[in-house]
Structure formats: structure tokens, C-alpha cells
Design a protein around this ligand. Structure first.
Ligand SMILES: Nc1ncnc2c1ncn2[C@@H]1O[C@H](COP(=O)(O)OP(=O)(O)OP(=O)(O)O)[C@@H](O)[C@H]1O
Length: 271
């Protein structure tokens, strides 16, 4: 059974459709990357999964539980690194982590371990307000892991990081073997190495959902992405899977339809 189920999810901003009838599942322990151009809808999807925004239509389930605003138990299974770091600027890095640990009933000792993991052990006593964007992002990642979440949602894990931090964050993500991870990225090279699956997003729609083992390298993934975005015939995929929704990718014989769609969309529009 899928651990994450996204079913017929649409997000409208007024008349503009940011995410358009997207459906996909993630198995527990799977790592997937969302790949797509600027404005494709990646952040909007991550934000809805992170409970930072509500779908206009459609359903999201985590561990078979609906992700509603009142469902704190489900939300406590999520670790989120969003565009905005959502840290308390006036608190130190360590205090930010400890506050989060207290909220989740976690031993504070884990905070120092995680600061070490993200390479900020020596800066833990400094206020976040004085941190660079990359440093804040690393604190945000550490905080997202404090309560040992089942699902890590990460918007742009690699953007704005120096080379050492990049290596460090990549290593942290690669070590999350038993967790489910969904990351939105433009860094296809790293995303390809990290992920079991790559989800192509174009103009708010899911235009491909493929196992990375279907490709020899990231360049091939990019080729396939471009082919799908320009309306080209998807290539035959033998070991990959493509899970088009009823409204996204035309079936080609090598793709199978997702069984998770619903014709009974829920959710509400928060604009
Ligand atoms: N709060 C908002 N109000 C209005 N439109 C929005 C809002 N958030 C996103 N959008 C629109 O929804 C679409 C998807 O945006 P989103 O930020 O999800 O794209 P993205 O794939 O994450 O892009 P990028 O790679 O540039 O971060 C875009 O057309 C964007 O303008």
C-alpha cells in the first residue's frame, strides 16, 4: 500500500491553475524528485503535501490518513524544508532545534547531533538572523529531521549551497534510506543520483513518473523530460514506470494508469 497518495490534486490561485489534476503514489522508503521548469508547480505541490497550503480539489493521504488541517498526528510524520526556512530568526540555531524537539517530545540531545550532521556544530549558539541563506537552509534541514519524520519534503535541497554544504546535504539525503523523501529540484544530476523515481511536472501537470533505473544518466532523463513537455512521443520505457493520471500523459503501451484516482475530489480553495 502506498505511504503517500496524491489523488486528483488541483491548486488554483484565482483563475490561474498552479497544479492541475496531479496524482501519484510513493511507497514507504521511496525517494522521488519533482523536476520541471520555473513555474511548473513543484513548490505548490510540496507546499500542499507539507500542509502549508490546501488543495483546491483532490485528496492527499499520508499513511492512509487524510492530510487535513486538523490532522496533527499526520502532520507530525512530516519533516519539511520549504523555500522559506520558517526559523525563529531571533533564536540561535540550537534553540530553534530544541524548541522543535520539545514540541515533538524528543530528547534535546538529538539537536546537537543534527547540527553536527549539517556542519553547524560550532555555530549552534549563534542567532539565525546572522546566518547566510545556505546556513539557514542547513538549520532548516536539521530541524526537519529532529522528530525523525517518516516523510521528508524538501524544496530545492541543493540551491544556494556552497560546495562543502552541497556534499553534506547530499550525504544526509542519501543516508535517509528508511524514510520516504520527495524533493523538488532543478539539479537533475544530483536528483537522478539520489532518487528512485523522477516525476516530471510541466505547466502544473504530471507528465511523467519514471524510475531512475530506466535511464543511463541524467542527460537521458532531461531528454525524456523535454520530449514529454514538447508533446513528443514518450520513449519506450522498459524498467521504468510512468503513472499518468487520467488527464496527463497519453498511454503508450509502456505506461500504466494509476489506480489512485478518484472522481470524488475533496479539499477546499484557500485561494
Ligand atoms: N501564491 C500564489 N499566488 C498566485 N500564483 C501562484 C502562487 N504560488 C504559485 N503560483 C503560480 O503557480 C505556478 C506554479 O508555481 P510554483 O512556485 O509551484 O512553481 P515551481 O515549479 O516551484 O517553480 P520554480 O522552479 O521557479 O521554483 C506558477 O505559475 C506560479 O506563478
Amino acid at each position: 500500500m502506498a505511504f503517500v497518495s496524491v489523488s486528483g490534486v488541483t491548486k488554483r490561485f484565482g483563475t490561474h491553475v498552479g497544479v492541475d489534476d496531479v496524482s501519484f503514489d510513493l511507497e514507504a522508503g521511496e525517494t522521488a524528485v519533482l523536476f520541471g521548469a520555473n513555474g511548473a508547480g513543484k513548490t505548490t505541490l510540496i507546499r500542499m503535501l507539507a500542509s502549508l497550503s490546501r488543495p483546491t480539489e483532490g485528496d492527499i493521504e499520508i499513511g492512509s490518513e487524510p492530510l487535513g488541517s486538523g490532522n496533527a498526528a499526520v502532520r507530525s510524520r512530516l519533516g519539511v524544508v520549504a523555500h522559506e526556512t520558517m526559523l525563529y530568526e531571533e533564536l540561535t540555531a540550537r534553540e530553534n532545534l530544541r524548541l522543535h524537539a520539545r514540541l515533538h517530545g524528543v530528547d534535546a540531545a538529538v539537536c546537537d547531533e543534527l547540527l553536527e550532521t549539517v556542519g553547524l556544530a560550532s555555530r549552534g549558539g549563534e542567532r539565525v538572523a546572522g546566518f547566510s541563506h545556505g546556513m539557514s537552509k542547513r538549520v532548516s534541514l536539521a530541524r526537519a529531521l529532529v522528530h525523525d519524520p517518516d516523510l521528508l519534503l524538501f524544496d530545492e535541497p541543493y540551491t544556494g549551497l556552497d560546495q562543502t554544504s552541497l556534499k553534506r546535504v547530499a550525504a544526509v539525503l542519501e543516508d535517509l534510506e528508511d524514510r520516504t523523501v520527495l524533493a523538488a529540484t532543478h539539479d537533475l544530476e544530483r536528483g537522478y543520483r539520489l532518487a528512485d523515481r523522477v516525476l516530471f511536472v510541466n505547466d502544473g501537470r504530471l507528465v511523467g513518473d519514471l524510475e531512475t533505473t530506466a535511464f543511463d544518466d541524467a542527460a537521458e532523463v532531461l531528454e525524456e523530460y523535454e520530449r514529454r513537455c514538447t508533446g513528443g512521443e514518450p520513449r519506450a520505457v522498459t524498467s521504468g514506470r510512468a503513472v499518468p493520471t487520467r488527464s496527463t500523459v497519453a498511454g503508450t503501451g509502456t505506461e500504466r494508469a494509476s489506480g489512485t484516482n478518484t472522481d470524488d475530489p475533496g479539499g477546499s480553495n484557500d485561494g
